[in-house]
Design a protein around this ligand. Sequence first.
Ligand SMILES: [Zn+2]
Length: 290
Amino acid sequence: MKSLFLILFFISNLFAVDIKIKNSTIENGRTIFIEFKKEKGVKYKNIEFLKHSYPIYENPVDKSKLYALVPVSYYTKPDIKELKVVYDVAKKTNTAFFMIEIKDAHYKKESIKVSAKKVNPTSKKVQKRISKEYANAMKIYNTFSKHNYITSKFIIPLNTKITSEFGKARVYNGTLKGYHSGVDFRAKKPTPIKCANDGKVVLAKDRFYAGNSVIIDHGHGVYSCYYHLSKFKVKKGNIVKKGQIIGLSGSTGRITGPHLHFAIRVEGTQVDPLEFIKTINKNIFNGDDR
Ligand SMILES: [Zn+2]
């Protein structure tokens, strides 16, 4: 299937461009990685996929290459979709087309019982707080910082058993309320939480659903999130290093027991954080174990 898509690839002029889609067959909730070799006279501009535009960035370790991350939303249905690369040659705009096969990741379902007060917050004050927190978070996630902080592989923030995977459909008190947007790590006692990579703290505050939350901007539209903390060890605006302790795990926010909820946003979209880490580590930092 993969080779067929490569044959289907065509460009609108004879100028040689070197573009590789590293995973042209992809499940919903995962991230497409595209690699470009810099060519003299070619200016790569952006990617267009499912009515969204995505930027193209410098590869952080190999200056002869560029790369782009294209998140496939959890809600994308299995299909074959066109991905367009827009680039200029001698100030003339060209496009290269690729076919992406989207497969169903077959995420599981999970039933959760929580206090009715937290499922349907009735007070106007609480509703106002939730909308404000949501708007603030979306403003952060939709800022694609051109600056890049990362120079080495991502790590996971905690080395314990995973108690809930990404993508599980969540049924709260019998009603479907979306899906699990991150991965939950067991953390019964307050446990030091490591930052997954270098970056800048863009949020460190208590929120209604997520409790004490830390969001780190890694640059190039990538954010990592750490929720339900009992204690903060960083403040908004801090520059953090990979492995630095950003807080202690806890059970703040809408939660049934203490754990760490870890999530990743790529260019505004929630993706499977562990699959994202695998994809970026393999395609940017392979063989580099710093
Ligand atoms: Zn969670």
